[in-house]
Design a protein around this ligand. Structure first.
Ligand code: BGC
Length: 251
């Protein structure tokens, strides 16, 4: 099935048409800055532009969104406008775009792509995916099954600071942290996660996933830490896979 995958992030919105049988991108990825303030109306307008760019109309879209998404309703809004909270956001964007929208949390979407075709493919046991971007997103799988909406980027670390306010990519950039300064921060986050969930494998996605060699010497988890095979594209590939799953379930 060919589905337009869209990954809405706190900083950028990315889209490409994905072949769901293989996870391969059929078109060049397009990217537009996330509007500020990131209101439903403003993001809806940006989505329309992206649909035009991809010549996509009236057919399903898979969307990863940076919030807990419970049956299409946004429950949190850490890096987007607060007016999203409680909004049936999948339905809202369906009306806005004229395309059926299937929506999952962005990190859950990235995790689906990695478990199906990437670094977690066929991996049994507990796998934790952490996407490192504007925020910290998490997806937790047990024997390939997802526990959705884990929101573990908001866990407080031993220093009293929320994980994503200490170790996200945006914090690294804003504070101009060197890899040797940021690496121990990420390590504190990952070891905290390990002590709580004991994953067998940790997969890192997001903008820093292709820089793993720069900070991996500072990571001391017992579980192996690997980069997402889809790197920063995992979210949009997984969003398309999620849409296909939902369509096959008759939703
Ligand atoms: C949000 C999550 C999201 C993550 C990555 C967090 O601030 O609460 O829902 O997965 O950022 O975008």
């Amino acid at each position: 099935m060919e589905i337009l995958g869209i990954d809405v992030g706190g900083t950028g919105i990315k889209a490409a048409i994905v072949e769901t049988a293989t996870g391969v991108l059929l078109t060049e990825r397009t990217r537009i800055e996330t509007p500020r303030p990131a209101t439903p109306e403003a993001i809806g307008q940006t989505l329309k532009t992206m649909l035009d760019q991809n010549q996509w109309s009236g057919v399903p879209i898979g969307m990863g969104f940076p919030a807990a998404i419970q049956h299409g309703i946004a429950r949190t809004a850490a890096n987007i406008d607060n007016s999203f909270i409680g909004l049936p956001v999948a339905e809202y964007f369906s009306q806005h775009t004229g395309c059926p929208v299937y929506m999952a949390n962005d990190a859950d979407a990235a995790g689906l792509a990695e478990m199906r075709f990437g670094a977690g493919m066929g991996h049994p046991g507990v796998v934790l995916i952490v996407t490192i971007g504007t925020g910290l997103g998490t997806a937790l799988f047990v024997d390939g099954h997802l526990l959705p909406n884990t929101e573990l980027g908001h866990v407080l670390l031993a220093n009293g600071i929320e994980g994503e306010r200490f170790a996200s990519e945006s914090v690294r950039i804003v504070n101009q942290l060197k890899w040797r300064e940021w690496g121990p921060r990420l390590n504190l986050y990952l070891t905290t996660m390990e002590n709580l969930f004991w994953p067998d494998l940790i997969i890192l996605g997001g903008g820093v996933s292709d820089k793993l060699h720069k900070f991996s010497p500072m990571i001391t988890t017992k579980a192996p830490v690997v980069a997402a095979s889809f790197l920063n594209q995992a979210g949009l590939v997984g969003a398309a896979l999620f849409a296909e799953e939902e369509i096959n379930r008759g939703r």
